[in-house]
Ligand binder design. Structure first.
Ligand code: 5GP
Ligand code: ZN
Length: 114
């Protein structure tokens, strides 16, 4: 059993502001929000990052995208627009080694990111 911080949140062993959950994923507010809406969508199963995903995770990855769109509608950020981001490794600034997707919205954002 993995014991990283997001595994602990997924098991309910650590507090989070839960937004959504089902059998495959949980979603909760980021502890250090970078936008008015900043939600993390996290597979329950421990996968280090996208580089560790395989063909077995195809359904999960599609599910994450649709859950993100659903949460964005709930959050009221669809008209303004939003971003779904996953960081992989040090150059991208991945700080938690458990696959997660940032849903960011509620303010204009720059592109390309810094
Ligand atoms: P990364 O930098 O790995 O792409 O993103 C990790 C994110 O997890 C960061 O935005 C950070 O603020 C968030 N985070 C780290 N620890 C916790 C925590 O214990 N609870 C919550 N809700 N977010 C966390
Ligand atoms: Zn984990």
């Amino acid at each position: 059993m993995e014991d990283c911080i997001f595994c602990q949140i997924a098991r309910g062993q650590m507090d989070s502001e839960l937004i959504y959950e089902d059998e495959l994923v949980i979603a909760f507010r980021d502890i250090d929000p970078q936008a008015p809406t900043h939600i993390l969508i996290v597979p329950r199963h421990h996968i280090t990052n996208l580089d560790a995903a395989t063909d077995k995770n195809v359904q999960l990855l599609g599910h994450v995208a649709l859950v993100a769109a659903q949460i964005a509608r709930q959050e009221g950020i669809t008209a303004g627009g939003y971003r779904l981001v996953t960081n992989v490794g040090p150059d991208a600034g991945q700080s938690v080694p458990h696959l997660h997707f940032h849903l960011l919205g509620g303010r204009p954002m720059q592109w390309p990111p810094g």
